[in-house]
Design a protein around this ligand. Structure first.
Ligand code: FAD
Ligand code: DLZ
Ligand code: SF4
Length: 515
């Protein structure tokens, strides 16, 4: 009798808690490519290419390390295309007496697993995912009894707990957070480093063919795929980022460029989320290898550490604290359908079009592109939360629901009504123009507020505040824009509302009057 460990596509870590339970000589590991995972949203073809390649390479590593590992490819003749039925076959074939799985990153799958004991008639052990720096239970304990949950408080606690950037129990440099120093527009001089490229090997090329055959109509391109798909290459990416980009990471964190999608961002999230890199190791590698010579360096490393031990952990904690109700939230009663241009990039707004076309090309956007371009527009237009959530979950190669959903509902569109953010991240064209050079190449004019030439972000911003007055005007962080709205000339406001309704009507199949 043996144990069987099911290893999911985002659990590619030799130290994983479920693998630690196995006896290599007698137990089994199984990994599988299944349609139940490829089809629950319309994942970007490049996201699947990355993940399947990383999975197949990881299976090879498991074999080299002496594990008895089974791999079911998508086109294997006996593939039942879902976890449960494939497991049933292996359990019978290999005479398995216990199934082990590390807790998954999505509620829907964990919920399914709770039925496996009964359906597969075998004990199922779900082990804690200790790749995270705080367990789900610890976060629940932390949240218990707190009136509100603030990332900043959580982050201070995590800094102390891990002694990252701490001196004599005080934050290095005297301040916890240097975010205010991290809002510069790109200076158009600092060299943007080239990133490492890993030409696809035969494993990756075979998967590309498979995806072309099985999913010919998926969003996105698989051309010029040069992603790291092994731990070895992922470690090279980490080292390269620390050596070439981290020094400018903080300063230009919020900057965007028309012709460069990445700037100084790490591009590590898909590697961390899939398990090829461990978040703690990423932080510790950065802390050990990055020399802090001046205030800008400190701003950069503080920002980087904050994203990982602060935002990433906090987001995950909120997800498991609030699911499954969280998925149903719609605090702003938003019901517009997602405009088709989110799938094509064919849109006159240069910033939106570029971000979506880069998403098609790379399955990646950096945080401000997600938050202040595609997220901001969905917020201002009042897009139905589930529609924009499914878009984000599909199109990015780092997207799993535990991290995507709170970012979308909490930060992007304020669907959770303020659990994660203290105010909606709503902005007019002015912000985008301040942080990027998109507006120079746009058919709209950022300086024009209404009419056919006006930047749509300008009128949509005021229309959003006007439409949501009852829900938002009491938020003290919005008191200034609401004061300005109060003072606005009625004719101007009428024009703003008309332009907004026309814009929304022309892009959404459901319109404002139907709400
Ligand atoms: P960097 O800017 O280099 O940051 C370093 C690391 O910090 C990242 O690799 C990531 O691990 C972590 N990090 C930074 N910000 C966040 C954050 N807000 N939440 C969690 N981790 C963070 N991130 C995902 O990993 N998956 C998603 O599906 C996802 N969906 C998002 C949807 C929306 C609407 C928004 C606004 C943000 C989303 N994010 C998501 C967060 C963030 O945009 C990405 O983590 C980041 O862009 C990844 O790029 P990077 O590795 O270059 O990040
Ligand atoms: C995202 C994804 C895809 C597209 N396909 C698979 C798959 O075929 N097999 C697998 O084990 N995992 C896949 N994944 C990742 C899972 O969706 C992920 O493990 C769960 O959503 C839990 O986070
Ligand atoms: Fe975007 Fe408006 Fe600038 Fe055009 S003018 S790029 S729509 S912010």
């Amino acid at each position: 009798m043996s144990k069987l460990c099911l290893l999911l596509g985002d659990q590619l870590d030799l130290q994983l808690s479920s693998l630690r339970q196995l006896n290599k000589d007698s137990d089994w590991v199984v990994m599988m490519e299944v349609c139940s995972e490829t089809n629950y949203v319309q994942h970007h073809s490049r996201k699947m290419l990355f993940l399947f390649s990383a999975m197949r390479h990881f299976h090879k590593t498991l074999l080299q390390k002496g594990y008895r590992s089974i791999y079911i490819t998508l086109d294997a003749p006996d593939n039942q295309q879902n976890f449960q039925e494939n497991l049933r076959i292996i359990i019978n074939e290999k005479n398995i007496n216990t199934l082990i799985v590390c807790e998954p990153g999505e509620w829907r799958l964990e919920n399914e697993m709770y039925h496996w004991e009964e359906k597969l008639e075998i004990p199922v052990v779900i082990t804690e995912d200790d790749r995270f720096l705080m367990s789900r239970q610890e976060f629940k304990n932390y949240a218990h009894g707190r009136k509100s949950l603030l990332m900043e408080d959580f982050y201070h606690m995590m800094r102390k707990r891990y002694s990252y950037l701490m001196e004599n129990n005080k934050p290095t440099g005297g301040k916890w957070n240097y975010d205010k120093n991290n809002r510069s527009k790109y200076d158009y001089k600092t060299e943007i480093p080239k990133r490492l490229e890993f030409p696809p090997d035969s494993i990756t090329l075979n998967i590309k063919e498979l995806i072309e055959q099985w999913f010919p109509n998926r969003f996105g391109s698989m051309e010029k795929f040069t992603e790291a798909c092994t731990r070895e290459d992922a470690l090279k990416c980490l080292k390269h980022f620390i050596e070439t980009s981290l020094e400018n990471y903080g300063k230009y964190q919020d900057a965007m460029l028309d012709d460069h999608h990445l700037l100084f961002h790490s591009r590590l999230s898909h590697l961390i989320n899939s398990g090829l890199l461990n978040p703690k190791e990423v932080c510790e590698y950065a802390l050990e290898n990055f020399k802090v010579n001046n205030q800008e360096d400190l701003n950069s490393i503080e920002a980087f550490i904050r994203q990982i031990i602060g935002w990433r952990e906090f987001i995950r904690g909120i997800y498991w604290l609030k699911m499954p109700d969280y998925l149903e939230s719609n605090a702003l009663d938003a019901h517009q359908s997602l405009p088709n241009f989110y799938w094509t990039g064919d849109c006159k707004m240069n910033c939106v079009s570029k971000v979506i076309k880069d998403t098609q090309k790379y399955a990646y956007s950096h945080h401000i592109q997600r938050l202040m371009i595609t997220g901001n527009l969905a917020l201002l237009m009042g897009i139905e939360p589930k529609e924009i959530h499914e878009w984000y979950l599909a199109v990015y190669d780092d997207a799993y629901e535990w991290v995507e959903l709170p970012n979308t509902y909490g930060m992007g569109i304020y669907a959770d009504g303020g659990i994660l953010a203290t105010k909606p991240y709503a902005a007019s064209g002015n912000y985008i123009n301040k942080m990027s050079n998109f507006c120079k190449n746009c058919q709209y004019k950022v300086s024009v507020k209404t009419g056919p030439d006006a930047c749509p972000f300008n009128y949509l911003y005021w229309n959003f505040l006007y439409r949501n007055k009852n829900k938002l005007s009491k938020n003290h962080r919005l008191s200034m824009p609401y004061r300005n709205l109060e003072r606005m000339d009625t004719t101007k406001l009428e024009q703003i509302n008309k332009d907004s309704e026309d814009f929304i009507d022309s892009h959404c199949s459901r319109n404002l009057s139907e709400q």
